[in-house]
Design a binder for this molecule. Structure first.
Ligand code: PEP
Length: 245
């Protein structure tokens, strides 16, 4: 199981310090659960320094398609690696929608992350319009194939896939365990034979109340947690649910 927190553009130095203080004081290791935290870029060093020596991995929320040069405001895969990051979110729906990242851009970012030895967490998911139109799997297969065609099955299956229905993100309404399991199983089929052991995690209004039922499903290998990861106690409770799944 894998539980990753995505702080998005939230927090402050003081809040990160409170979170890390509480979390490191109460978390005494987790059996069978890997943990990652993706704070805003400016707090990555604070997280990395506090968590250094523990098994908790620190990650970024985005990278540039380029490695260096005249790209003001951008940060490259190598720079995240240099900061001590071990993972990075790729193609989060907020980036696809607000920053117009299409499948080609997302695939290129995946390639950069993989080449820099960062575990890419590829976010895929449908909007409510797609779901209502019955095109959920078409959309997700386009998202997955764009990456597979560029980097190949081996590199795709070495990463993590986060199924995040866009309608569930930040809405307070998570996919039902049955809805999520159905899509996770289809994603596993899309990955190909090597995808048997690829971690496919669920994200979208995941919280301490609904985590257990979701994690019990066969093809749900953990969660990508947005809002609930801002509260150390809630985040830890979600990790505990994963331990018992
Ligand atoms: C996310 O943005 O990755 C996410 C899962 O958000 P939330 O848990 O707040 O819905």
């Amino acid at each position: 199981m894998l539980i990753v927190g995505n702080w998005k553009m939230n927090g402050s130095i003081a809040m990160a310090s409170d979170f890390l203080g509480w979390f490191t004081g109460h978390w005494h290791g987790s059996r069978g659960v890997d943990i990652g935290l993706c704070p805003p870029l400016v707090y990555i060093s604070q997280f990395e320094q506090t968590l250094r020596g523990s098994t908790i991995k620190v990650g970024g929320q985005n990278i540039a398609t380029e490695l260096e040069g005249p790209f003001t405001g951008e940060v490259s895969s190598r720079m995240l690696k240099d900061l001590g990051c071990q993972m990075v979110l790729i193609g989060h729906s907020e980036r696809r929608v607000n920053f117009r990242e299409n499948n080609d851009i997302v695939a290129e970012k995946y390639r950069r992350a993989y080449a820099a030895d960062l575990t890419p967490i590829l976010c895929v998911g449908e909007t409510s319009d797609h779901r209502n139109a019955g095109s959920t799997l078409d959309v997700i297969s386009e998202q997955i194939y764009a990456v597979k065609n560029l980097v190949g099955e081996h590199a795709l299956c070495a990463g993590v896939i986060a199924y995040e229905p866009v309608w569930a993100i930040g809405s307070g309404v998570a996919a039902s365990p049955k809805q999520a399991q159905e899509v996770h199983l289809s994603i596993r089929d899309l990955l190909g034979p090597r995808g048997k052991h690829t971690q496919i995690i669920y994200g979208g209004s995941l919280n301490r109340d609904n985590a257990k039922a979701l994690f019990t499903e066969q093809d749900i290998d953990g969660g990508l947690v947005g809002g609930a990861s801002l509260h150390a106690e809630h985040f830890l409770e979600i990790i505990r649910q994963a331990e018992f799944a």
